[in-house]
Every structure is written in structure tokens, then in C-alpha cells.
Design a protein around this ligand. Structure first.
Ligand SMILES: NC(=O)c1ccc[n+]([C@@H]2O[C@H](COP(=O)([O-])OP(=O)(O)OC[C@H]3O[C@@H](n4cnc5c(N)ncnc54)[C@H](OP(=O)(O)O)[C@@H]3O)[C@@H](O)[C@H]2O)c1
Length: 363
């Protein structure tokens, strides 16, 4: 699995645990030729170039504490603060709190969301401003829209010994650079979960892939955090995050777009959404089960596997009359099915050509 680096993350974590047990320092690792800061983004933050380092709990601290932010003791979990009380922020707050990881503060500009967060997460201090939360915590989680991350990071200033992560599936940890100072760490923590409903999302976190990144010391901590909430941590290869996230969006929003298209087409039969889902969702689920059991190619059924160009043409005519917005979706998906059927060896070159002609030949 080229994009995943799970084994490497596990090995690093084991190594860092050994380091903690044996009192080794990051400088010793550097002396062994292990580069903890390959792109230089954390220069001075724990490799001996800046202030000397020591540990509280699982996060690394510099010795010169000039700011009274929250500190955990060795072996304790760090106090976490969550910025953004939307679907992701709330679910992570609840999951961490239920797993016994202290959630000390939440920042939300919306009083109703702050109140809801407090209902679900006991003993949390609510703030309207993200900056006000920083004093109360060691680890700051930014659970805000991707586009809001850069301006938010610009407005925050961490203190030595603190760490900051975001939950974006697309962006790297570098977007958080403006919030950093010497002795701070930054990373990303992206659960591969569709946060549409709180309880469903909490259940889905169990066994979910959680992509983590950041400098090695923080990554070890984030991996523990992911496992604490039932997730399975993985580390992505550099440069692969946009593709990782595009596949995630196809898996979630892409499926919703398909269901919405099915709903539109089924309206031609007089079915409402509930009726359409009652009839067609079992077929969707069966297809997913087939793909899981047999593989993608073998799970394909329908006109593309039979070379039924006449059927495809009839579908296009019907959609053109009754569900024109569904036409481009049908065309794109059938073109993909033809490619799968051809790859599978189900179609002769002539049948493939007939299907492609039918696909191109209707408005
Ligand atoms: N939704 C998912 O299924 C999912 C899954 C995995 C990862 N993610 C990632 O998790 C992050 C949050 O996702 P979400 O769906 O929870 O987002 P969201 O509902 O769009 O926003 C979350 C919260 O961010 C705050 N916010 C919005 N605009 C802001 C701004 N300009 N400055 C500061 N705060 C702002 C708001 O909090 P207040 O108004 O309360 O301050 C809002 O409730 C994103 O990076 C997303 O890519 C999402």
C-alpha cells in the first residue's frame, strides 16, 4: 500500500516509547542520523537548535516556560481545546472525553453551539474567541472549514510546549505555521468519517481510518489519541493528501450525489425519496457487499457487461425526457462501467464500440 505508512508510524511510536523509557533525547536520535525535521518546518522545536527540551505527559516541552498554559504531568494525557463546535469538533470532543482524554475548553462563536457542546462534554470551559482558549490547553484542535484554517492560524499564537492540529483531509500541517513559535508542534488529524449525525459519527469512529501527520513526537501522540477513540491511525506519504481526500469525497459526497440522482429518476415513477430509497437502497447495498466480497470488476452487472447498446439508448431517451439533470451523471457512470467491463474481458471490441456510440448519440 504505497500511500500508507502505518507500519512506519507504529515503529516510530514504539521507538519513541523506548526513548521516553530510557530518557533518550531527540538530539540523540539526530546523532543517529534520523532526521526528525526533513523539511525544516519545526527547526528549533526539539532537536536541540532552540531551547532545551523535556516532557510533560506525551507532549514535548521546552524548559523555559514563560506562559502559564495548562500542563499535564508525565504519563498524563494533555488537556485539549477544540476550536469550532460544528459536527467534527463536537464529535471529537465527545469521543475524546468519553475515552478519558481531558477536553478542557471549546471555542465557538455561536452561543447555541457552545451550550450544546457543554451538554455533551462535562467540565469544558466555553470561549467565544479561539485565542482565549489557548491559555487553557496544551493541544489545540482546529475543527473549522478548510478555508478558515489559514486566517485562524494567523490570528493564534501558541506558547512553547503546546501543539496544534487541524482536522482537514486536504491540507497539510504547514497551514498552521503562522500560529507556531519555537518549541511548538503542528499536525493534522483527519478521521475518515461522515459527520452527519453525532451518535452515528461516534459509532463510525470505531474502526475508522484516521490519517495523521506532523512532526514525529506529535504523531506518536496523535496515534495514541486516534486509538483511544477507536480509530485506526495511518500516516500518509508526502504529497498524497489531495488524492486521499478526493477518494474520501467520492466515497461520501459522491455516493450522496448518486443517491440524489436515483431519487430524481425514481420521481418519474411517482416515488418520493422514502419510496425510492426503500426500493433502490437494498440494490446499492447488495452491490457494495458484492464489491467487498468479489472485488470491483466482478461486482459489475447491467447493460455494460452485456453490450446492450439498445438498453443504454432507451435509458438516455427516458432520462432526457423525465430527468435531464440526471443525464450527465448517467453518461459519466456508464462510460466508466464500459471501461470496467472492457477491462474485465466481458465485451468484444465491437460491443464496446456499440455502447460508446449509443452513449454519444443521444441528447
Ligand atoms: N464534515 C465531515 O464529515 C468531515 C469529516 C472529516 C473531516 N472534516 C474536516 O473537519 C473540519 C471541520 O468540518 P465541519 O464539517 O465540522 O465544518 P463546519 O460545520 O463547516 O464548521 C465547523 C465550525 O467551524 C467554525 N467556523 C466556521 N467558519 C469559521 C471561520 N471563518 N473562522 C473560525 N471558525 C469558523 C464554526 O464554529 P462556530 O461558529 O461555532 O465558531 C463551525 O461550527 C474541516 O476541515 C473538514 O474538512 C469534516
Amino acid at each position: 500500500m504505497k500511500a500508507w505508512d502505518q507500519m512506519e508510524a507504529a515503529e516510530r511510536r514504539a521507538r519513541e516509547r523506548r526513548m521516553a523509557e530510557h530518557g533518550e533525547t531527540l538530539d540523540q536520535l539526530a546523532a543517529e542520523g534520523i532526521d526528525l525535521d526533513p523539511d525544516g518546518t519545526i527547526a528549533g522545536a526539539g532537536t536541540g537548535a532552540g531551547p532545551s527540551t523535556h516532557r510533560h505527559g506525551d507532549l514535548e516541552h521546552v524548559s523555559d516556560h514563560t506562559h502559564p498554559h495548562a500542563h499535564s504531568e508525565p504519563g498524563e494525557r494533555p488537556v485539549t481545546g477544540i476550536v469550532g463546535a460544528g459536527p467534527v469538533g463536537l464529535a471529537l470532543g465527545v469521543a475524546l472525553s468519553r475515552a478519558g482524554w481531558p477536553v478542557g475548553a471549546v471555542a465557538s462563536r455561536d452561543p447555541a453551539r457552545r451550550a450544546r457542546f457543554r451538554e455533551h462534554v462535562p467540565n469544558v470551559r466555553p470561549f467565544a474567541e479561539a485565542n482565549a482558549l489557548v491559555d487553557d490547553v496544551e493541544l489545540v484542535i482546529l475543527a473549522v472549514p478548510d478555508d478558515a484554517l489559514a486566517p485562524l492560524a494567523e490570528s493564534l499564537r501558541l506558547y512553547a510546549g503546546q501543539a496544534i492540529v487541524h482536522t482537514s483531509g486536504l491540507l497539510g500541517a504547514e497551514v498552521l505555521a503562522p500560529a507556531r513559535a519555537a518549541g511548538t508542534q503542528a499536525g493534522a488529524f483527519h478521521p475518515l468519517v461522515a459527520f452527519a449525525d453525532l451518535e452515528l459519527a461516534l459509532a463510525a469512529l470505531r474502526g475508522a481510518t484516521i490519517a495523521i501527520e506532523g512532526d514525529d513526537d506529535l504523531v506518536a501522540h496523535l496515534a495514541d489519541m486516534a486509538e483511544a477513540i477507536g480509530g485506526s491511525p495511518v500516516r500518509l506519504a508526502p504529497g498524497s493528501k489531495a488524492a486521499y481526500h478526493a477518494a474520501a469525497v467520492l466515497s461520501a459526497g459522491g455516493v450522496v450525489a448518486l443517491l440524489d440522482t436515483i431519487r430524481e429518476v425514481a420521481a418519474n415513477l411517482g416515488l418520493d425519496e422514502a419510496g425510492a430509497m426503500r426500493i433502490y437502497l437494498p440494490l446499492v447495498e447488495q452491490t457494495i457487499a458484492n464489491a467487498r466480497a468479489l472485488g470491483i470488476d466482478a461486482s459489475l452487472t447491467g447493460p455494460a457487461t452485456r453490450g446492450d447498446a439498445g438498453t443504454a439508448a432507451a435509458h438516455l431517451r427516458a432520462l432526457g425526457e423525465g430527468a435531464p439533470d440526471a443525464l450527465p451523471v448517467y453518461r459519466a457512470l456508464l462510460a466508466r462501467d464500459i471501461a470496467v467491463a472492457t477491462r474485465r474481458g466481458a465485451l468484444s471490441p465491437e460491443a464496446t464500440e456499440r455502447l460508446r456510440t449509443a452513449l454519444a448519440g443521444h441528447p
